[in-house]
Design a binder for this molecule. Sequence first.
Ligand code: FES
Ligand code: FES
Length: 157
Amino acid sequence: MTTHMTLRVNGSDHDITVAPDTLLLDALRYECGLTGAKLGCGTGDCGACTVTVDGEAVNSCLVYALECEGHAVETVEGATAGGIGALVAEEFVKADAVQCGFCSPGIIMSTCALLARTEPGAATDEDIKEALAGNLCRCTGYLPILEAVRRASGAPR
Ligand code: FES
Ligand code: FES
């Protein structure tokens, strides 16, 4: 059984058809054509699928699309189109914090959620590590990632 729903993503409404058990990740990738969020583990452990819902970082592999109706979803495509997300992406490139890049969309979204709730320059290393604790990088690029988030956090907004 499928049902129609409206999913608000990156400021645009998408009229899509989903099953009751369609995951937000699958709706984004296969119904909305937004492939930035990635399927890694599918069990909430790696963070490759991280998006924000109403500004909070969530694992889109653990949330049903239908639960997100009436909420504002943001993916890496929307977040990095301008503003602080674009700055975060720029700092990742400058700090060489991207290797294979599979983890990067999720890490950028967790960073955006952190920076949205902290004043410029206020995020400590502990805050950053806690915010990124659910994002695994298989290429072990954690130090450049930390540096990129530090720099983005310190930038004026
Ligand atoms: S794919 Fe969602 S946490 Fe790993
Ligand atoms: S850059 Fe490869 S998994 Fe993080």
